[in-house]
Design a protein around this ligand. Structure first.
Ligand code: ACM
Length: 682
């Protein structure tokens, strides 16, 4: 088939779509542009429409090839009429960001001005989004630029490995929504994923494991395997694969940020090269030995090859969740602490991060680390990636460092995006697209601090996400909320309107072969949480036994939370579930006077991954004087580990007359958390 025929088919498809869809409107773009002025008329593409680009060859080729391969199938030409005319200029009115662009559309042509190739590329995405609705592009002006310079997505390719074609497919999608970073979590216990010529055991052995599914492996033998052996599951990118991914991304104005974990999450390295751990034994340690010079030799050699492959200014060096357990007993670590006058293991970790930063800086690059790199003192030029909430990022800006915001409660895409019983297994609690969209990375920050917020990132960890289909399902459409937070002006945010654009984007993604979650058919919030419940105990006082207080972190509003009429939603972190750790629940509700009672009940939830369990025993009793109690029921429940999230109501029904109600719940053998939201008395 020649290109003219392909172009005609693409146009016919676009035109046929126009009969069933709304006519293109600039207000349906995602992310929403900064300024839109629509006027009358439209530019309509036809077989003779061409693309003229005045830009440096590299950018002209990147944008030209991209648009030629797009559904518009634009041929390059020199004419200004019936054309998309793109020009790089020194200045574009109304634009300050190098990634900004201005589009002016008339019935005759579409002219695009930008300061850089990235700006032209983003203008191309805008034109493609408009054209995808059918019937060309509405006349008018769009002047647009991003709010943040860093708009990223992280994909964990260690817990489950995804090949280069899949990575490229995701690059296509996120580029379409004007994201510009893909952070690859390339190394972790579950498998090393990048060929390093100097250390062949990393890919001959540390990239392969005994079980295909992470959860079977992690809760099983946690063994590694020789490449090519029957029990080997995993994979890695060769250096040629990496070059291909990096080049593919660069043509879409995406920088790949490689992450090499240190000093923790390194079981796979320390089994392949046990001399780098404190005990020198395979299968024993997750943390590098910080006292051993060989550790620095290894990390610097690895980073040298990594920096040769990835041109990114930033190299992510991990830094999260070090157990630090072997360091206090290791003679080399202790010697290092003494020599360097390091007062604790946090400072020991910080010593390593400082040294690695110095090395990376000496090659003209910068480091990013997870927010634990703040512990023990932040390295002078480091950028902090804030994941344990926003505090780490904010602390970094307070000391003049840049921060990339990726707080778990808004940006971790491995959490449930809809009612958990309708969803595949997830790691984190309910985090629908509205929750993601509600995040503003600079909320409450001073102007000076806000300027140090480099950007925002959505992270997909894949412990429980073993397939390509599930990866796409978890990413899309929530990454669109991250894309819009990264690009658009927060003042213009309107959730209802965003969701309409996101549903449209989901339909387009699905049509292109992405397994996006069907946002248009969401189940939605737990129905009990939608309206307050009226009942006899609502507004009545609750006394907590001193042996079983609620946990302050999950207080749900305090001592009246269990009788405030409000039920919780699908997650225990929504501020409506009250949490109790270890000693269970023992509360007395005072109804104020004796009442006829026909039922007493409370809901609990179980989600084993974060240690939230059903009670093993519930006892409900009543009293008229708060001294002599009659037991109404004792409910036993065998608590067993399961997957996902479940709810259970523990209650009594019958006939009683009483003023005081005592509700006790005890943990099972797992201990952990109990969460309840309301004790409903009728
Ligand atoms: C992380 O989620 N451990 C960065």
């Amino acid at each position: 088939m020649n290109r003219i025929i392909i172009a005609s088919i693409a146009l016919a498809l676009l035109l046929s779509c126009s009969q069933v869809k709304n006519v293109a409107s600039s207000r349906s773009l995602l992310p929403l542009p900064a300024n839109i002025e629509e006027s009358k008329g439209r530019f309509i593409f036809n077989n003779a429409t061409t693309l003229k680009i005045a830009a440096e060859e590299k950018d002209a080729n990147a944008v030209g090839n991209f648009l030629a391969a797009s559904p518009l199938a634009l041929e390059r030409g020199e004419k200004d009429s019936n054309a998309v005319v793109m020009t790089i200029c020194n200045d574009v009115e109304g634009i300050t960001s190098p990634e900004g662009y201005a589009i002016e559309t008339t019935e005759e042509n579409i002219t695009v001005k930008a300061i850089s190739g990235a700006g032209l590329f983003y203008a191309a995405q805008t034109i493609l989004q408009l054209a995808a609705e059918g019937n060309g592009v509405p006349a008018g002006k769009i002047t647009d630029e991003p709010k943040f310079a860093y708009r990223g997505m992280m994909l964990d390719v260690s817990r489950h490995f995804f090949d280069k074609e899949f990575v490229k497919k995701q690059i296509d999608a996120i580029a379409h929504f004007k994201m510009n970073r893909l952070h690859l979590h390339l190394t972790d216990a579950a498998g090393w994923r990048i060929e390093i010529k100097r250390y062949p055991r990393l890919t001959q052995f540390a990239a392969w494991r005994s079980k295909p599914l992470w959860k079977d492996w992690w809760f099983g033998d946690r063994k590694y395997a020789e490449e090519g052996s029957p029990e080997a599951h995993g994979g890695y990118y060769t250096q040629d694969d990496i070059r291909e991914i990096v080049a593919y991304a660069a043509e879409r104005y995406i920088t790949i940020i490689p992450e090499i974990e240190m000093p923790a999450h390194s079981e796979e390295v320390l089994t392949a090269y046990p001399e780098l751990s404190c005990t020198h034994e395979p299968y024993k340690q997750a943390d590098f030995c910080i006292g051993n010079e060989k550790t620095y030799e290894f990390l610097e050699n690895v980073l040298t090859e990594v920096m040769e492959l990835f041109p990114s200014e930033y190299i992510h060096i991990g830094g999260d969740e070090a157990g630090k357990a072997s360091w206090p007993h290791c003679p080399l670590c202790q010697k290092r602490m003494k020599e360097e006058r390091l007062k604790d293991v946090n400072e020991l970790q910080s010593y390593l991060i400082h040294r690695i930063e110095k090395f990376v800086n000496s090659k003209g690059r910068q480091i990013i680390g997870w927010d634990e790199i703040l512990d023990g003192g932040l390295a002078p030029n480091a950028t902090v990636m804030s994941w344990r909430g926003t505090e780490g990022g904010i602390a970094a800006t307070e000391s003049g460092h840049k921060a990339i915001m990726t707080p778990g409660g808004y940006c971790y895409l491995d959490s449930y995006q809809d009612a958990p019983h309708t969803q595949p297994m997830a790691f984190g609690p309910y985090m629908p697209i509205e929750k993601v969209y509600s995040y503003n990375p600079i909320d409450g920050l001073s102007k000076k601090q806000a300027e140090l917020i480099y950007g925002v990132q959505g992270n997909l960890w894949v412990e429980y996400i073993p397939t390509e289909e599930l990866v796409e399902y978890m990413i899309y459409p929530r990454i669109l909320a991250i894309a819009e937070i990264g690009w658009s002006n927060p003042v213009k945010r309107d959730l209802g309107e965003f969701k309409q654009r996101a549903v449209k984007a989901v339909n387009e993604l699905r049509a292109k072969g992405y397994n996006a979650f069907d946002l248009g058919n969401e189940f939605g919030q737990r129905k009990e949480a939608l309206t307050p419940t009226e009942h006899l105990a609502k507004g009545k006082s609750v006394t907590y036994a001193s042996t079983a207080p609620f946990n302050e972190r999950y207080n749900a509003g305090g001592a009246d939370a269990l009788t405030d009429g409000n039920h919780g939603g699908w997650t225990y972190i929504d501020g409506r579930w009250q949490g109790f750790i270890k000693d269970g629940i023992d509360v007395v509700i005072d109804l104020g006077e004796e009442k006829e009672i026909s039922s007493i009940a409370a809901d609990f939830m179980q989600m084993c991954i974060p240690d939230v369990w059903m009670p093993a025993e519930v006892t409900i009793s009543v009293s008229c004087d708060n001294t002599n109690y009659i037991e109404l029921t004792h409910i036993g429940h065998k608590v067993v580990r399961d997957e996902g999230l479940s709810f259970k109501n523990y209650g009594w029904e019958g006939a009683a007359k009483a003023r005081y109600i005592r509700y006790r719940a005890k943990c099972g053998p797992q201990r952990g958390w109990l969460f309840t939201d309301e004790i409903v008395v009728k």
